[in-house]
Design a protein around this ligand. Sequence first.
Ligand code: ARG
Length: 467
Amino acid sequence: MAQLWGGRFTKATDQKVFDFNASIGFDKNLFTQDVEGSIAHAVMLGKQGIITAEEKDAIVKGLAGIREDVEKGTLLIDETQEDIHSFVEATLIDRIGDAGKKLHTGRSRNDQVALDMRLYTRAQVLKTDELVKGLLEEILHIMEENLDTYMPGFTHLQKAQPTTVAHHFGAYFEMFKRDRQRLTDIYYRMNYCPLGAGALAGTTYPLDRNYTASLLGFEGPTLNSMDSVSDRDYLIEFLSALSIIMMHLSRFSEEIIIWNSNEYRFIELDDAFSTGSSIMPQKKNPDIAELVRGKTGRVYGALMALLTTMKGIPLAYNKDMQEDKELSFDAMKTAADCLELFTGMIATMKFRKDVMAKSAMNGFTNATDAADYLVNKGVPFRDAHGIIGRLVLYCIDKDTSIDALSIEELKEVSDKFEPDIYDAVSLKTCVEKRLTLGAPGSEMMKEVIRINKEYLSGNTGIGTTNQ
Ligand code: ARG
């Protein structure tokens, strides 16, 4: 049990209290950020003459050494310390003596932890953006290869109109593109440095907050010291963006599970991305997709937990805020793992093109096109809708499809039908004629792919100019 604040106390902390209060078990994740922030703080203290150049050099060297040793594994993080800040400071004092005792001048653990958490989250926002970009690249690749892989499009999970794999995947491309835009927004909004806010009311030392902010790659310092130590909005925003990413991944996973089912057989998952059953030898299960779908709840949980934790906290810092860490770390790692694995799973799965096309031909997916055919021959749409409805009933009764009827059978329902109806309701025509912006016709899809390729190659991620 080791503490930075023993001076005012006459009794040792109860062990259970210490354990309940301690955060080192999880804030050790912030080790790198804590050292980085401390180095910037010491450099600033040196520049401002608050500590001497020699003291500054000793602190910076000492901290760099601690970082190196922990990275090499020759120094273990001592979990009997209260938190990661205490561990770094105590180790520094242990190694360099009195100069180390000056590191915390003009700083509180409140602005220190606010900084560490912000640095950590900022790095995770960048990492997530990269992973979403990788997923987008894979989706675009699949789109390019499947412009004429026909499949049924669904509403109410009932076959509706024919579409293509390129078009279906294109829907997810747009979702994940918006996810990247959300991450970019968050990054720019959060990129301000809270260090120098002190416990809550700044400090009397002549700190140069602009300088520390620039050393740490921030746009500038935050503007209110009370807000600086008690703001976790950026984290809530990131958890919210991660929840939306997970919601997209989960919907996509659900479709993959359905497509992989014995009833659909639209896709074949790669053996490397599937698992078997301990009892049923025939099984090849879509566990990755199911886990991604399942882990979505975990990420939503982190968002709800932090929103709830924050809702009753008066200004400024309160210990409740320590609860921002465990679930956030878990959510960030979970979402990153899911993005990585999901990308690998879709990169290796195969489409059963024949099964998909056959399925697209059944279920009257060309009924709208048959009605449109009559409209083109001068029948008002509402009447055409009624005529084709009766035709569908007739087909259901005879267990056949519109395109399999003879011209005589068709003419019995409407004399507007001519032999060109067969081409008009063929799967290829039904898809290829859909050329409105955003529709599945391959000429339109090629244009959308061109735009999205430009988006991906055009520096549209965080830290680039072309937002
Ligand atoms: N471990 C604390 C947290 O995660 C940071 C330290 C601030 N503690 C304090 N007692 N003021 O929020």
